[in-house]
Design a protein around this ligand. Structure first.
Ligand code: ADP
Length: 856
C-alpha cells in the first residue's frame, strides 16, 4: 500500500494527497507534517516497512469538505485518492486512484462557493509580443478568451486578470517571466501564478483538446479558428481542468472570443477609483456602485450584474436596446414588483446546470430545479404586456422545459435530501418495484413480530423470541427450560449460556427479503436517478439559456427598481464624441449614503466650446464628488441604466480614465508621485477625443513648482492634442489663467460662503475660478485646535504681506528650536519654510525676499 501511495504521490507532487483508508483520508510524510501544522491535527506514525515510522495524520472522510476548504483557502491544492473497489468484496489490495484535484479555481461544492459571485479559473499565455487570457467558471460553464498584441500586451492581459479577479491562475513560463516587470500585475493582489506544462500550450495539442471538448470539427463557430494565441490559452485550460477534474466537464460546451466585443474600456485604476465593485479604502461592497445597483433576487442575477458593471457597452444600439427594456420595467411599477417577487423563488439554475455536467447533482438540486421551472410560466405571463425588443428576446429564451419539470415532479420527493447514497429521494408511486422493495423493508419488523407470535402459539413456548444479530442474522431463541418443545423443523445455529438459537426456512426467506430489499431499493433509486440526470443532461443548453435569460431579466429589473426608487432619469444616448449634458446630476452613492441633502449640479461639455473643465475650490468643497458623479453617470448610461439626474444627454464614450488622490499602491514600494505619474502617462498615451478623463490634483505629489508645471503642461497637452472631455480639479489657482489662453478650457469653482471666520459649503458648481483656499477654515472644521489655526492665520497674513523675515523670526520665538546656533539668517528662514503649504505666489515672494537679502 505504501508503494502505491508513493506512486500516486509522485504524480501529484504539487498537491496535498488525501489517501482514503476506510473511514479516513490519511496523509503521510511531508504532507502529514505540513497539514498537521496548518490544520492543527495530531501527527502520528505508521509502520511502513521502512526503518522509521512514516509520519501520518488523518481526517474522517465525512468531514473532509471543511478540511479541504481550509487547505484551499490557504492556497493549497488537494488531490483526493478514493477507494474504487468495495473492500468487502475485493481480494488483496483495494483499488485506489485520484478522482479529483480540488483547487481554489475548481471548487464545485455549494458550501464553498459564494452564490453571488463567480469563481473563475484563468489561464494566461504569452508568446513573443502576444498574450491571451482564457477563463472559465466550471460551476456555470461560462468560458471566454481575449487576446492582446503589441508592446503592452502583458499589461493589457494583466488588466484583464485584475478585472476578473480569478481564484486561480495558470500561466506559461514566458508569461510568468514577463509578469515580474508588469506594474499592473505587481501592484494588484492576485493569487500566485502556477506554471503549467509547456506541451499543453502547443497549438496542435491545444486545438485538439478544444475540438474534443466541444465535439466539433473546427473552432470557427467560436471565432478563434487560426488565432493561435487564444487557442493555446483555452486548450491548456481545458487540459488542466480535465487532468484535475477527471471527467469531461460537459458544461464547457462552447467558448466566447471577446475581442471585438462591444464594451467600454475600463482599466483597473478606473474600476478602483470609481469604486465600481468595492470601496477604495475599505474594500467593502457597501458604498460601491455594485452595492447601490444590486437589487437582484437570484445568485445568477447578482453574478451577471458584476459582469455588466465591469463591462459597460460602447455601442449606441446595444445601450438603447437595454435602456428601452429598463424604461418599460421602470414605468410598470406593479408588474415589476411582481416580477421581482417571482424571481425570488427561482434557484440557481445556472449552477444546477453546472452540477449536471460536473456530475455532482443532488436530489435537493433536482427539487430546486423543479420548483424553479414551475415558476417560469408565470414569469413569462408577467412579461406578456411588454413590447421592447430586449424583453421580448428574454421571453423567447424563458424555456418552460415542461417535460423535464414533469419528470422531476414525478420522480423526486419533497424536502429531498442532499446525499444520494442513503436513498429515500424517489417518490412513491413512480416505480412499482421500488415501492415493493420499500414495503418489504418497512414491513420487515411487522413480519418478524407476526412470525414470533405465530411460532409461540404453534409451539406453546411462551418466551420464544426472534432476535437479530449482525453475524448470524435473524434467529429464534428458546431458553433451555423449553428445549424439549422445539419442533423438528427448527435448525440449530448457536448455543449460548442458557438458551439455544434456531432458524427455519421461512425465517431465512423473510430475512433474505428484508436485508436485500433495502439494498435493492437504494440501487434502484440510484438507477432511476441516473435516468433523470441523463434526461437533464440532454437539455443542458436549454437550461443554460434559460438561466442566462433569468439572470439578465433580474439585472434589468434591478436597474429599473433602483432607478424608480431613487428618481433617476432615462439618459439620451448621443453618438461617439457628441456633447455631454447633464442637468442636475447627483452622485448616486454619496446621495444614497449621506444624511445631508445632496446638491445637484450640471455638467455641460460640448467638446468644442468646453472640452476641459478646470475645477477649483477649497478642500472638502465637493470637487472630487462632482467629478466622480459625472464619470458614474456616464458609466451608468453605458450599462443601459437610468442615471441620477433631471435629464442627461450622454455621448458614447470609448473609455473612462481616472487619476484620483493617493492610491493604495503606496504601501507597495512606489512613491505617491511615481504612481501618479504612471497613471498620467497612461492617460496621455491612451486617451482619445471620445474618452472621458477625471483628473484630481495632478502634480500634488511633488514640490509646488514642479507640480504646477507638470499640471500646466498636462492640461495644455490634453486641451490641444487629445481634446478628450476632461474634468480637472486642482489647487493651483494659477491654472485658471489657461481659460483665456486655450480654446475649450473653462474655469469652474465649487462655491462656499464665508461667515464668521468659518466656511459654509454650498456645493454648487459655478463658472469662474476660486480665489481663496480656505485651508485654515477647513482645518478648523476638521477639529484642529483654535490655538493652532489662529497662529496659522497670523502666519498666513504675514506671508501674504511678504513679511517673511519677521514671520520666520516670530515663529522661532514660539517654536521649540532645535537649530544649530551657527545658522545664517537665510538658512534660518529656509529651515522654517513649510514648502508643502506655500502657494507658488507665496513661494515666489519668499524667493525674491531671500534674493534681496543676499544682494544687500
Ligand atoms: P473635495 O474633493 O473638494 O475635497 P469631496 O468631493 O471629497 O471634496 O467632498 C467632501 C464631502 O462633501 C463628501 O464626502 C460629501 O459627503 C460631501 N459632498 C460633496 N458634494 C456634495 C453635494 N453636491 N451635495 C451634498 N454633499 C456633498
Amino acid at each position: 500500500m505504501m508503494r502505491h501511495y508513493l506512486q500516486i504521490k509522485d504524480q501529484y507532487k504539487d498537491c496535498v494527497l488525501f489517501y482514503r483508508l476506510g473511514d479516513f483520508y490519511e496523509m503521510f510524510f511531508d504532507d502529514a507534517k505540513e497539514v498537521s501544522a496548518l490544520l492543527d491535527l495530531t501527527l502520528t506514525g505508521r509502520d511502513c516497512g521502512l526503518e522509521e515510522r512514516a509520519p501520518m495524520c488523518g481526517i474522517p472522510f465525512h468531514a473532509a469538505d471543511t478540511y479541504i476548504a481550509r487547505l484551499v483557502a490557504l492556497g493549497k491544492k488537494v488531490a483526493i485518492c478514493e477507494q474504487l473497489s468495495d473492500p468487502a468484496t475485493s481480494k488483496g489490495m483495494v483499488d485506489r486512484d485520484v478522482v479529483r484535484v480540488v483547487s481554489a479555481g475548481t471548487l464545485i461544492e455549494d458550501e464553498l462557493l459564494d452564490e453571488r459571485s463567480n469563481n473563475f479559473i484563468a489561464c494566461a499565455y504569452k508568446s513573443g509580443e502576444e498574450c491571451a487570457v482564457a477563463y472559465t467558471d466550471i460551476t456555470t460553464g461560462e468560458f471566454c478568451v481575449s487576446s492582446f498584441s503589441g508592446g503592452n500586451c502583458v499589461s493589457e492581459a494583466g488588466e484583464n486578470l485584475v478585472k476578473l479577479s480569478p481564484a486561480e491562475i495558470i500561466v506559461n513560463d514566458e508569461f510568468l517571466l514577463a509578469a515580474r516587470d508588469c506594474p499592473v500585475l505587481k501592484y494588484n493582489s492576485l493569487p500566485s501564478f502556477s506554471c503549467y506544462v509547456p506541451w499543453a500550450f502547443t497549438v496542435r495539442r491545444a486545438e485538439n483538446s478544444l475540438l474534443e471538448q466541444f465535439q466539433t470539427k473546427t473552432l470557427a463557430p467560436f471565432g478563434i479558428a487560426g488565432k493561435d494565441i487564444a487557442i493555446s490559452a483555452c486548450g491548456a485550460l481545458v487540459e488542466y481542468l480535465r487532468e484535475t477534474q477527471k471527467h469531461a466537464l460537459k458544461n464547457l460546451d462552447g467558448l466566447k472570443y471577446l475581442n471585438g466585443r462591444k464594451t467600454m474600456m475600463l482599466d483597473s485604476i478606473a474600476i478602483k477609483n470609481l469604486e465600481l465593485t468595492k470601496t477604495l479604502y475599505e474594500g467593502k461592497k457597501r458604498g460601491s456602485l455594485l452595492w447601490l445597483l444590486d437589487k437582484t433576487q437570484t445568485g445568477m442575477g447578482a453574478r451577471l450584474l458584476t459582469n455588466l458593471i465591469l463591462n459597460p457597452l460602447n455601442s449606441r444600439e446595444e445601450i438603447c436596446f437595454r435602456l428601452d427594456g429598463v424604461e418599460e420595467l421602470f414605468n410598470a411599477t406593479v408588474i415589476r414588483i411582481g416580477i421581482a417577487e417571482t424571481l425570488k423563488g427561482i434557484r440557481d439554475i445556472e449552477r444546477i446546470a453546472g452540477k449536471i455536467s460536473n456530475n455532482n447533482l443532488t436530489p435537493r438540486d433536482c427539487e430546486n430545479l423543479a420548483l424553479s421551472l414551475a415558476i417560469v410560466p408565470s414569469l413569462k405571463f408577467q412579461l406578456t404586456g411588454f413590447s421592447s425588443p430586449v424583453l421580448m428576446k428574454i421571453v423567447s429564451e424563458l424555456h418552460e422545459l415542461s417535460e423535464i419539470r414533469d419528470l422531476l415532479k414525478a420522480t423526486i420527493v419533497e424536502n429531498a435530501p442532499v446525499a444520494v447514497k442513503d436513498g429515500g429521494f424517489i417518490r412513491e408511486g413512480y416505480n412499482k418495484d421500488l415501492d415493493e422493495f420499500r414495503r418489504i423493508r418497512d414491513g420487515g419488523a411487522g413480519m418478524i413480530a407476526e412470525m414470533e407470535t405465530r411460532e409461540r402459539d404453534a409451539t406453546g413456548i411462551k418466551n420464544l423470541k426472534i432476535k437479530y444479530n449482525r453475524v448470524f442474522g435473524y434467529m429464534i431463541e428458546v431458553t433451555n427450560s423449553f428445549k424439549d418443545k422445539v419442533p423438528y423443523h427448527y435448525q440449530r445455529r448457536q448455543t449460548i449460556a442458557n438458551a439455544e438459537r434456531y432458524v427455519t426456512d421461512e425465517l431465512k426467506e423473510v430475512e433474505e427479503k428484508i436485508l436485500t430489499s433495502e439494498e435493492r431499493s437504494i440501487k434502484l433509486e440510484l438507477a432511476i436517478f441516473e435516468d433523470v440526470k441523463s434526461a437533464l443532461a440532454d437539455n443542458i443548453s436549454k437550461l443554460k439559456e434559460l438561466a442566462q435569460a433569468i439572470a439578465f431579466l433580474d439585472c434589468l429589473v434591478s436597474f429599473a427598481a433602483v432607478s424608480k426608487e431613487r428618481n433617476y432619469c432615462k439618459p439620451q444616448i448621443g453618438p461617439l464624441g457628441g456633447p455631454l449634458k447633464i442637468i442636475d446630476g447627483r452622485h448616486p452613492v454619496v446621495e444614497a449614503l449621506s444624511k445631508e441633502r445632496f446638491v445637484p449640479n450640471d455638467t455641460t461639455m460640448d467638446g468644442k466650446d468646453t472640452s476641459i473643465m478646470i475645477i477649483t475650490g477649497p478642500n472638502m468643497a465637493g470637487k472630487s464628488t462632482y467629478m466622480r458623479q459625472t464619470a458614474l453617470i456616464v458609466l451608468m448610461a453605458h450599462l443601459g441604466c437610468f442615471v441620477p439626474a433631471k435629464s442627461a444627454e450622454i455621448p458614447v464614450t470609448d473609455r473612462i480614465f481616472t487619476r484620483v488622490g493617493a492610491s493604495d499602491n503606496l504601501i507597495l514600494d512606489q512613491s505617491t508621485f511615481m504612481v501618479e505619474m504612471t497613471e498620467v502617462a497612461s492617460i496621455i498615451l491612451n486617451a482619445t477625443p471620445d474618452s472621458l478623463l477625471i483628473l484630481d490634483e495632478v502634480g500634488r505629489g511633488t514640490s509646488t513648482f514642479d507640480g504646477l508645471s507638470i499640471a500646466w503642461a498636462v492640461l495644455e497637452h490634453l486641451a490641444q492634442k487629445i481634446k478628450a472631455k476632461t474634468l480637472f480639479a486642482t489647487h493651483y489657482h494659477e491654472l485658471t489663467e489657461l481659460e483665456d489662453k486655450i480654446e475649450g478650457v473653462k474655469n469652474y469653482k465649487v462655491t462656499v460662503k464665508e461667515a464668521a471666520g468659518t466656511v459654509i459649503f454650498l456645493r454648487k458648481i459655478m463658472r469662474g475660478g476660486a480665489n481663496k483656499s480656505f485651508g485654515i477654515e477647513v482645518a478648523k472644521l476638521a477639529g484642529v485646535p483654535a490655538e493652532v489655526t489662529a497662529r496659522a492665520k497670523e502666519i498666513l497674513k504675514k506671508l501674504e504681506k511678504n513679511d517673511i523675515a519677521r514671520g520666520a523670526a516670530q515663529t522661532e520665538e514660539i517654536a521649540v528650536s532645535e537649530e544649530e546656533p551657527s545658522l545664517s539668517e537665510i538658512e534660518k528662514i529656509l529651515s522654517e519654510l513649510d514648502l508643502d503649504n506655500l502657494s507658488p505666489m507665496q513661494a515666489f515672494m519668499v524667493l525674491s525676499d531671500l534674493s534681496e537679502k543676499v544682494k544687500r
